[in-house]
Design a protein around this ligand. Sequence first.
Ligand code: R5P
Length: 284
Amino acid sequence: MIIPGEATQSFAAALADATGDRLGRVEYEQFADGEHVVRVPETVAGERAVVVASTVDSDAHVQVLQLQDAAREAGASEVVTVLPYMGYARQDEAFKPGEPVSSRAMARAVSSGTDRVLTVNPHEPSVCEFFDVPATAVDAAGVLADPLPESLTDPLFLSPDEGAIALAATARDAYGTGETDYFEKDRDYDSGDVTITPSDAAVEGRDVVLVDDIIATGSTMSESVAVLDERAASRIFVTCVHPMLAGNALTKLSAAGVEAVYGTDTLERAVSEVSAAPAVARDL
Ligand code: R5P
């Protein structure tokens, strides 16, 4: 049975479609003091329970732990946890003295209630080593090619930093043609300001597909778009696996004059045009 977290119901339904597993009905409640309770009324005794929840905020983290426990309590034979989007994955080291390795803390907590974990394109695949149970990083970047028009002009699949070049290459491979390249990015830790240093790739008159793992504040992508505009790129498509789109990120990107912004459904947003569920189903 697929057991959805509250913020991940569409993804869970898509996963149930892809695997043919039954989609469980879950009740979510929050008490007056802010505490949560979940209920899984149907029996899962003797079955594999697949808890599917993007840990998009602190409440979602709590619900994952509760759903795992509810599945065990109900006698599930195996509990698998799918984190389509793993929150805190980017804090994978103590960047300043006194800080936690938040992703390790979250991974340990999630490990306590499950037999194995799957997560989609974490910021660094090495985050999987923080889990105390087998954990798999599923690559769903190929699906980012699906919404692109068939007739891109001399396409360049570009990542805003070197860390995301593999995603750009996967999207290019899925599209079938085009070059890849990456920019250099620096972020001021205190202000969050992003500075992009372009590569010497020729972009004039070309269609450019910017690919990243996540769009959070939109600063990385909008700074990259500004550079591409200066260099007279033709159409600019902005795509990512996890469309977090915090605050005014979408406005920033729309104002930058991009052709389209889209991502997968690991985070359920208006721009979640493609599903990462089939990729997860293959590894489940
Ligand atoms: C960091 O290196 C990630 O790959 C993303 O580029 C980054 O997290 C995007 O954040 P923002 O949208 O806030 O610039």
